[in-house]
Design a protein around this ligand. Structure first.
Ligand SMILES: Cc1ncc(COP(=O)(O)O)c(C=O)c1O
Length: 380
């Protein structure tokens, strides 16, 4: 039986060149980057070069990149760090109902600690309205956090417009770009973004490394105390091999970004076309115009998501529901709930397919064919 991985939005395989780069660093460069001797300087050089490449990739300055252990830490740092450092200016935060839990659960923590959070709704395509952001803004709003693109349905948010809206307000603008980075062009200066989170393992880099972009001038309170690494923002000896691998992954993903984007569009079209040819009942969840091409969330009326995923797995396809698995059962997706309401069928019959490095047109045809077979089995 052939096996198909269709869960690239959860995580992606490491690119062989990234493995090679990391292996080289692990073998030869073991100095502590804070040491002033030759071994330390060698390690420091790796970090500096990576910081340079990564800063350029979003049009940021060298000293505006803070390496973290991944997207979750970057989100926590952005939210908790700015909330605590700016509480003299206000305690109101705005976010959306469809954020990743790295943002939502952090907001819940902040609510338990005296901050007030407004959760903006989204429309049926999963998009937040700039008008809603505007109406929610108050004089005491200190932070607005809206994800660049959603990890479950792929909907891209109006980031540049929100950035523009906030450019003359005291509130900082944070965006979780974990899914968008590497596929969409990002210019933090033009888009008026103050804080931006990225994770390496979504772009064929290693797990356990990411960064937070922090615009110069943002007041951010650290929550790690120790050494003076990362301009005192994030104490602890740096993950040098991880950072080296991250840099390589960024270089690779940037090389043919548009070509990759176009190819993912082709994969998407082929997948949808093949499902149509199979004459099964399905509907795409998300936006028809503002979407990440590699994430396709599909509702199959008359099916049950848990049985569906098990059947796909038995047929060799690893896909996801996009929602969290808690204590062995699937929680209905908070993203689909925000889009359709808590009673809607989509919450219980939607599957997220996501594609990436190495997936071919033939693969997506096979995945669509097998998926249709499962749909027929489950709805007969
Ligand atoms: C949108 C989004 N934010 C944050 C994260 C968390 O990133 P990490 O796994 O690097 O902690 C993810 C990963 O699933 C994500 O999709």
């Amino acid at each position: 039986m052939n096996k198909y991985y269709a869960d690239y939005a959860a995580t992606s395989p490491i690119h062989p060149d990234v493995v090679e780069e990391m292996t080289k660093v692990m073998h030869h460069i073991y100095g502590n980057p804070s040491s002033i001797h030759a071994y330390g300087r060698e390690a420091r050089k790796i970090i500096d070069e990576a910081r340079n490449v990564i800063a350029k990739s979003i049009h940021a300055n060298f000293n505006e990149i803070i390496f973290t252990s991944g997207g979750t830490e970057a989100d926590n740092m952005a939210l908790i760090g700015t909330a605590y450092a700016n509480k003299d200016k206000g305690k109101h935060i705005i976010t959306t109902a469809i954020e990743h839990h790295a943002v939502l659960h952090t907001c819940e923590f902040l609510e338990q600690n005296g901050f007030e959070v407004t959760y903006l709704p989204v429309d049926k395509t999963g998009r937040v309205s700039v008008e809603d952001v505007k109406n929610a803004l108050r004089d005491d709003t200190i932070l607005v956090s809206v994800m660049f693109a959603n990890n479950e349905v792929g909907t891209i948010q109006p980031i540049a417009e929100i950035g523009q809206l906030l450019s003359d307000h005291q509130a900082y603008f944070h965006t979780d770009a974990v899914q968008a980075y590497g596929l969409l062009p990002i210019d933090v200066k033009k888009m008026h973004i103050d804080l931006l989170s990225v994770s390496a393992h979504k772009i064929n880099g290693p797990k356990g490394i990411g960064f937070l972009y922090e615009n110069t001038g943002v007041r951010l309170q650290p929550y790690f105390y120790g050494g003076e690494q990362e301009r005192k923002r994030r104490a602890g000896t740096e993950n040098v091999p991880g950072i080296a691998g991250f840099k390589k992954a960024v270089e690779i993903i940037q090389k043919d970004r548009q070509k990759k984007y176009d190819f993912y569009e082709q994969l998407r079209e082929k997948f949808i076309q093949r499902l149509k040819e199979e004459s099964i009942n399905f509907k795409i969840n998300g936006s028809e115009s503002n979407y990440l091409p590699h994430i396709i969330n599909v509702s199959f009326p008359g099916t049950d998501v848990e049985a569906f995923l098990v059947n796909l797995d038995l047929e060799g396809i690893s896909a996801s529901s996009g929602s969290a698995c808690t204590a062995g059962s699937l929680e209905p997706s908070h993203v689909l709930r925000a889009m359709y309401g808590s009673e809607s069928d989509e919450l219980f019959n939607s599957i997220r397919f996501s594609f990436g490095l190495g997936v071919t047109l033939e693969d997506v045809e096979d995945i669509a064919k097998i998926t249709a077979k499962v749909v027929k089995r489950l709805t007969d």
